[in-house]
Ligand binder design. Sequence first.
Ligand SMILES: NC(=O)c1ccc[n+]([C@@H]2O[C@H](COP(=O)([O-])OP(=O)(O)OC[C@H]3O[C@@H](n4cnc5c(N)ncnc54)[C@H](O)[C@@H]3O)[C@@H](O)[C@H]2O)c1
Length: 372
Amino acid sequence: MYKLAFIGGSIDSIAGYPHFIASQMDKKFEVLSGTFSTDAAINKATAKQWKIERCYDDYQSLIAHEKDRIDAVVILTPTPLHSQMIIDLLQANIPIICEKPLVGSLEEVAKIKKIYDPSKHFLVVTNNYSGYPMLRELRRKIASNELGEILSIRLKMPQESFLRPPKSVKYPQKWRLQDAFIPMINLDLGSHLHHLAYFLLHEEPTSVMAHYSSFSKYDVIDDVNMLLHYKSGISGNLWLSKTALGNRNGLHIEVYGTKASASWHQETPELLEFSYNTGEKTIIDRGSDIEIPPNTFYNRMTPGHPAGFIESFANIYNDIATALDKFHKKQPYLSEYIYGIDHAHFGLKLLHSASVANQQSTFVTIANGDTH
Ligand SMILES: NC(=O)c1ccc[n+]([C@@H]2O[C@H](COP(=O)([O-])OP(=O)(O)OC[C@H]3O[C@@H](n4cnc5c(N)ncnc54)[C@H](O)[C@@H]3O)[C@@H](O)[C@H]2O)c1
């Protein structure tokens, strides 16, 4: 089992507990140490609740004491803090599993790239939504031309959290209310949609047009529309919102091809709908004869017993364990399911170009780059 330490992710955070459960679900990882919160009492309470003996006051002490005792650190802190932590962990040669988005700007990714060496460092991002088996099946069907030539893709991630914050968590946190050139909503939600569009199409957009709005009392961008052009001719459409009442987390994907279209809703993640050019409509699920490579973890319990968000996160952790195995064998560790700094870099180029497009009210070309 790989040994993990967490930085951030306390019992008081949003992302921490899903990582704690998902990483340990299939016994590939155990969480042995951490510095979970800047609040000393919550830091200690997290360690106590999760029965973790080695708890540190800050991440510098964690690095100093845990460097040779753990296999990887999981970064679960607010996005603006990721960059310095990544640099310090890379300099200590500690493998890194980082929450999305990797960082918040092109400048930060450039700084990291100056010291990141893929032959020496392990750095992966938890793009959790592509852990859903039905999205993996959709990717396979697109690649094998079952939808025909792809004409367009629509991804939307509307939420209501700036008009109606969830009662279960402290939201919005202060750090989510500070926009930089790439606004926080793009980092929070746009990074997911960039990842999913690439995951499904295996192609990056060449230009983007964007329109930003600020509807809530928080005086930050909270609603974003983007149009994307792809070299292959595919047309893309993204909508992100934190002011869309009725949507808890309305992640929805539609892919339109010449032979069929597909539709997937995150809140019913086990169902994948197709509409064919014969007029026929079908819905498939884990119990159908799907063909994604056999993986017993997709069926921790037999079909008909709903699996969801935490299980899809655990699928990503299983893939990260495979990536770590490869890293230890000195093999390239990124895969069709696990993405690193170049993919995150392209995502930031897209989101940065969207901000330029919003300012200029025109389509903006996105600089090319290696995407994996
Ligand atoms: N993949 C997903 O679905 C998903 C969902 C939510 C958040 N996230 C990502 O996870 C990250 C954290 O988001 P969140 O909503 O959980 O934030 P949060 O504000 O709820 O929690 C952040 C935690 O980090 C702690 N922290 C801050 N600075 C620290 C430091 N120097 N040392 C140790 N701990 C520190 C805080 O005390 C807190 O416990 C962000 O990058 C966010 O984009 C991803």
